[in-house]
Structures are given as C-alpha cells and as structure tokens.
Design a protein around this ligand. Structure first.
Ligand code: ASP
Length: 327
C-alpha cells in the first residue's frame, strides 16, 4: 500500500462487530456508508483540496449518519444527553484543535477546526466550547437532533445493569426512520475518524465521538486528546483512533505510532501493529487505529472483532472492511 499521491482512510468505530451478530441489511448499510464517506473525502483530494478539508468533509457525513457514534446517533451519558468530543490536526503545521463535552453543535469536528482558526487555544470544553462554536457561526441543534432509539436502549440497558435510574428522554426526541433500525450496537462505544494525505504531501487526522454509553462525571476519552486519539505530522503520518479511551490516553497511541515511524524507522503498518497488537493488547485495552503517511502508505490495525473502515488512494481501488478476517 505505498506510492500514492493522495490517500484517505476512514473508520466508523471498532468493537464487537461479528458476522453472526450483524444482519445482512445492517452489514450492507455500514459498508455503503463507509464507501460513501471515503468517496466524499477522495473527491475533495482529487479536486486538489487539502487533507484538512478532506478529513473535515468526510467526518461531516459520519457525524450526520445515525449509524455511527458521533454527532447524530451519539451515545448518551447517564443523564440522558450527548457530550460530544472531537479533534483535528494538521500535519504540515502541527496546528491542532479539540473540543470536549459539546451538547448542541451539529458538527463537533468543525468546532475543533474552528479552535485552530478562531482562537489561540488547542482545546475547549463544555458550555464554553458550544458558545465558541456558536460564535464561529457553526450550526446549533436541539437535543432531539442527536436522538436515536437504538442508542437510547443501549443507555437503558447500561443504566439498569449499573443499578442507576433511567433519565427522561431528551426534548424533541424524534420518531425513528427506517435507517435507524439498522444501527448496530457494537459494544459500549464507537467513534469516527478520517486521515488524509493531499496532493501537496500534507497529512491530517480528525476524530469525532459521542464517547462511551452511560458515561458520568464529565468523563472524557482519548478522541479529543491530541496525541492520544488523534495525531498528525508530515514527519511520520496521521493517525485516528477508536476504542477504550482510558487505554489510548495512557499509551498516547496516535503519537506513539508516529514516533515509531519517525524515530525508529518502522513502516506505518508495523508501527500501528506494534502499538495496537502489542502495547494496547498487553495493557488490556481494545480498539483500533487508521493511519496514512506522507509517502502514501496506508494502515489499519485493531484487536477487536471488527472495525468499520475504508481506504482509497490515487490509482488504487476503494477497499471497505467490517470484520477482522478481511484484508
Ligand atoms: N475512543 C472513544 C472514547 O473513549 C470511544 C470509542 O472509540 O469507542 O471516548
């Protein structure tokens, strides 16, 4: 997988994604969604757009698609609301932006990007982050926008298991359309991410998530933490992670993969495998990563049963994967 001019890899979360648990129509829906997302990002790159633009545009689709745990379709906190996290990093400049705990911004990845372009900061959280996004002109939505019955049932199950009370449904929780019946519960989490290499040789990585089901006390995972869930440098590559954030934070997974490429001379795939199959597995964490390097190498690695994923590059066909036994 090397020698491409532009390239893009996307993930829609890793977890308990097994053939026998996924109905054929669900599998088809997830495959089609990943293909659409990769093609949308590729269209930006093909037209000469930047890696940052491609990552943001592709993540918009994933955030709006209720099949994935990000934006619409995000998991709920124990209080029955969404707290959305996202981050994005530009490998050319090392500019990075992140937001945590958004409750009203439709596209958290754009809020993360706005932190780069509209503030002197790297990370904003909570009400202030939503207020900042609003001031930046980013679309705000009612709590009902994010609601999906499937995730709500996941919350009820988690809270019942933990002996916690079930909160009231969010205001404006809508009626499910047909697509929502296809949502697959791949465990207690999920995340979306895109890494891209543009025709200028610049890489970028973006990640967006609802975090873990029934999270409490303002819990924040790895996804909005630069170095943990997201990292990009033209000296090594761009990485986006999905999985049990508490493990990814301590292993600094995204940065560690880049460091192994930059300082130890590992190939991108070898670095990703070393961290995911080696360090992450040894620590007891589950999840996966996607990565792209400035020379066109693309990689993914996960230690879960599956990961929704797609990759595409100039001169190479689109590849979509769901289960662990696919290329
Ligand atoms: N990494 C996310 C978090 O810990 C969840 C996931 O990707 O499954 O918040």
């Amino acid at each position: 997988m090397s020698g491409s001019r532009w390239a893009l890899v996307a993930h829609g979360g890793a977890g308990v994604i097994e053939r026998e648990r996924l109905k054929p129509e669900q599998e088809a829906a997830y495959r089609a969604a990943m293909a659409t997302v990769a093609e949308a990002g590729a269209a930006v790159l093909r037209a000469g757009g930047s890696a940052m633009d491609a990552a943001e545009a592709a993540i918009h689709l994933l955030e709006d698609d209720p099949l994935f745990n990000a934006g619409r379709g995000a998991t709920f906190t124990a209080e029955g609301r969404v707290e959305l996290d996202a981050s994005i990093m530009d490998g050319r400049t090392l500019a990075a932006g992140a937001v945590a705990g958004l409750t009203a911004t439709r596209h958290p990845i754009s809020a993360a990007r706005a932190v780069i372009e509209g503030s002197d900061h790297v990370m904003l959280m909570g009400e202030g982050a939503d207020a900042f996004a609003r001031r930046q002109g980013l679309e705000q939505v009612e709590p009902g926008w994010f609601f999906t019955e499937r995730r709500w049932r996941g919350l009820e199950k988690a809270l019942t298991g933990a002996g916690l009370p079930i909160p009231p449904r969010p205001a404006g929780a809508g009626v499910d359309d047909d697509r929502l019946s296809l949502v697959h519960d791949e465990g207690k989490h999920g995340t979306v991410g895109v890494v891209a290499l543009d025709a200028n040789g610049d890489v970028a990585a973006g990640t967006s998530t609802g975090g873990t089901t029934a999270k409490r006390w303002g819990r924040v995972g790895d996804s909005p933490i630069i170095g943990a869930g997201t990292y990009a440098t033209n000296r090594a590559g761009a990485v986006s992670c999905t999985g049990a954030g508490e493990y990814f934070i301590r292993l600094w997974v995204a940065r560690e993969i880049c460091a192994l490429v930059e300082h130890a001379g590992l190939s991108l795939q070898a670095a990703a495998d070393k961290v995911v199959q080696g360090q992450l597995t040894a620590l007891g964490g589950d999840g996966g990563v996607i990565a792209v390097a400035p020379d066109g190498q693309m990689a993914w690695s996960f230690n879960t049963a599956g990961m929704y994923r797609a990759r595409i590059a100039e001169g190479e066909p689109l590849v979509v994967g769901v289960f662990g036994d696919e290329a």
